[in-house]
Design a protein around this ligand. Structure first.
Ligand SMILES: Cc1cc2nc3c(=O)[nH]c(=O)nc-3n(C[C@H](O)[C@H](O)[C@H](O)COP(=O)(O)OP(=O)(O)OC[C@H]3O[C@@H](n4cnc5c(N)ncnc54)[C@H](O)[C@@H]3O)c2cc1C
Length: 319
């Protein structure tokens, strides 16, 4: 017979605000907990230059620095962290106890409970030229790529918080930003709207959608279409196109095990339980109203506490 497998009480997939908060709570509850953060992906918040709406940090902080603080705090309480891209979740049982195996390439991890905190990725425009010019003018990260567009004109597509915030950030480098939005007004928070509307480097094209991105080696032109009149099409010159039109939740790991919403987000109850026993989810990968750091942290804490109660029940040590 083989050796008894190493079994974690809680396995957390994802190293963003949700995952690290879950890790902090699970580690402080003396659970045997392992967190796997993506090897080829990063927390979305590390791609933002600055955030100023996380409570308790007046003046704000860098996204990268904030995740570092989350990680260091959780690790100081005994959280074990490794980097790998998880590819599959399989049901398992050991000595009559139900659990899960998480596979990451050649590696596999056994756990009594799993907390999925895999975040989300940016939605694409799905227009001609977008794939071809990704990395050559088309970007989904102003912090990563903004400096490449020094003294050039760029387009930002979107009208929500992130689009407006990133457009303001881009004005540090570029000569001008045109925000193209498919509605007649912004959806972003009032304070961001005020700043963008007052910024001389930012102009707006309302009720328009991107039809095509074109260029030579790099982007030179963006073709727009009137959102209400498909025959009205015009071109604007631009060296860069930054796309911030919403998110697709990273829910592939639980597909087939846990219920997903129409938008592909993982459905959870108020205790962050998915429909799969022993599998919890938190943060941007779940179906929720507000995808922000502060809500991801709250979800993570709840998921860890729920997983703790579940594991204690499973082990017969609940009180
Ligand atoms: C440009 C930008 C600006 C933003 N500005 C703000 C702001 O000002 N304020 C604010 O509150 N929020 C802001 N947000 C939103 C905020 O970043 C998210 O709400 C938050 O990061 C969600 O946390 P999360 O832990 O759920 O997911 P994420 O932070 O995205 O973390 C997901 C983690 O899962 C990992 N992962 C994914 N798939 C796998 C896999 N298969 N295997 C292993 N690991 C995996 C990733 O590597 C990552 O570590 C911004 C987002 C962006 C993109």
């Amino acid at each position: 017979m083989g050796e008894k497998p190493d079994i974690w009480d809680v396995l957390i997939v994802g190293g963003g605000p949700a995952g690290y908060t879950a890790g902090l709570y699970a580690a402080r509850a003396n659970l045997k907990v392992q967190l796997i953060e993506g090897a080829s992906t990063v927390s979305q918040i590390t791609t933002t230059d600055w955030l100023e709406n996380y409570p308790g940090i007046p003046g704000g902080t860098g996204g990268f620095e904030l995740v570092e603080m989350f990680r260091n705090q959780a690790v100081s309480f005994g959280l074990s962290v490794t980097q790998a891209d998880c590819t599959a979740l399989l049901p398992a049982a050991w000595e009559g106890r139900q659990g899960w195996i998480v596979q990451a390439g050649e590696q596999s991890f056994n756990a009594l409970s799993v907390i999925v905190a895999t975040g989300a990725h940016w939605r694409k425009l799905a227009v001609p030229g977008e794939e071809r010019y990704t990395g050559r003018g088309v970007s989904y990260c102003a912090t990563c790529d903004g400096a490449f567009f020094r003294n050039r004109d760029v387009v930002v597509v979107g009208g929500g918080d992130t689009a407006v915030q990133e457009a303001i950030f881009l004005t540090k480098f570029v000569s001008g930003v045109t925000i193209v939005h498919r509605r007649e007004r912004l959806r972003a928070t009032a304070i961001l709207q005020e700043r963008a509307l007052a910024n001389e480097k930012i102009s707006f094209i309302w009720n328009a959608v991107v039809e095509e991105i074109s260029g030579t080696e790099t982007v030179t032109n963006v073709r727009l279409r009137d959102a209400g009149n498909e025959k009205k099409i015009w071109d604007i010159p631009a060296s860069g196109v930054f796309v911030f039109i919403g998110l697709n939740p990273n829910s592939g790991l639980v597909k087939g095990h846990a219920a997903l919403g129409d938008d592909g987000a993982i459905l959870v109850d108020p205790q962050m339980r998915t429909s799969a026993k022993g599998v919890f989810a938190c943060g941007d990968c779940t179906q929720k109203l507000l995808r922000q750091v502060v809500t991801a942290c709250g979800d993570g804490a709840t998921a860890a506490f729920s997983a703790q109660l579940y594991v204690e029940e499973l082990k017969g040590v609940a009180y």
